[in-house]
Write a protein that binds this ligand. Structure first.
Ligand code: PLP
Length: 234
């Protein structure tokens, strides 16, 4: 078996195990099995791994750095993939992100909304946006604080070139993911009251997908459980 065949088998096994885990989580939460979409987090892994995922039926992939993602998206332009941006976006990278990303899941401040709106308009695209909510008690680790959430959602919805898809969050570590995702579910109800189309809830990673599914996640973002341990990036 070649290295490429071995890698394909490894990824197929990780994907299969994760799909089964996701189905079990949906069953346990009494939710339909197709209620939760799997997004595979491909950051730090090569474009060849993303191509393998595409051949195994994955359509949603997520990246956290503009430069790395831009290169992979260009290399794999012929494949039916939707690229999600899950990392913090610098304002001077917004125009670049707006060219390759189908969804920006990490909208966390108003200046970024303006920059993404201009970038999407310049690229002649309509960009789906998720507002990232900070579930940590202290600000700084990404995401808008809950008291600013409504205003930021309104700002996204006001832009012609942006579409408010919903919310994204990461559970604090250490911490109880059930408690964090329960708070997230309440914040989401408030946003949905004003923006009924903002139905996406991106929550849950390799370590806590079951808790996220219990609290209404519509997308989980899974990296290491499928692709293996990431090299530590400085
Ligand atoms: C890296 C990352 C993930 C995936 O984490 P795993 O533990 O590898 O599943 C999910 N969400 C965000 C925002 C990430 O940065």
């Amino acid at each position: 078996m070649t290295d490429a065949d071995a890698r394909r088998e490894e990824i197929a096994a990780g994907l299969q195990a994760t799909r089964e885990r996701l189905e079990a989580a949906c069953d346990a939460a009494a939710r339909p099995r197709d209620a939760v979409e799997l997004v595979v987090v491909t950051k730090t892994f090569p474009a060849s791994d993303v191509a393998i995922l595409a051949s195994l039926g994955v359509t949603e992939v997520a990246e956290n750095r503009d430069q790395e993602a831009r290169g992979k998206a260009a290399e794999l332009a012929g494949l039916p993939l939707r690229w999600q941006m899950i990392g913090q976006v610098q304002r001077n990278k917004a125009a670049s992100v707006a060219r390759w990303a189908h969804v920006v899941c990490s909208v966390d401040r108003e200046p970024l909304v303006a920059a993404l709106a201009h970038g999407a308009q310049a690229a002649g695209r309509s960009l789906d946006c998720l507002v990232q909510v900070c579930l940590d008690p202290v600000p700084g680790r990404g995401g808008v604080m809950p008291d600013m959430l409504t205003a930021l959602c309104d700002a996204v919805a006001d832009r012609d070139s942006l579409r408010l898809g919903g919310l994204m969050a990461v559970a604090p570590h250490p911490g109880d993911p059930d408690e964090a995702f329960e708070r997230l579910a309440r914040l989401r109800e408030a946003v949905l009251a004003d923006h009924p189309g903002a139905t996406v809830l991106s929550a849950g990673m390799s370590g806590d997908l079951e808790a996220a599914v219990r609290h209404g996640a519509t997308q989980v973002r899974i990296g290491s459980a499928i692709l293996g341990t990431r090299p530590v990036v400085a």
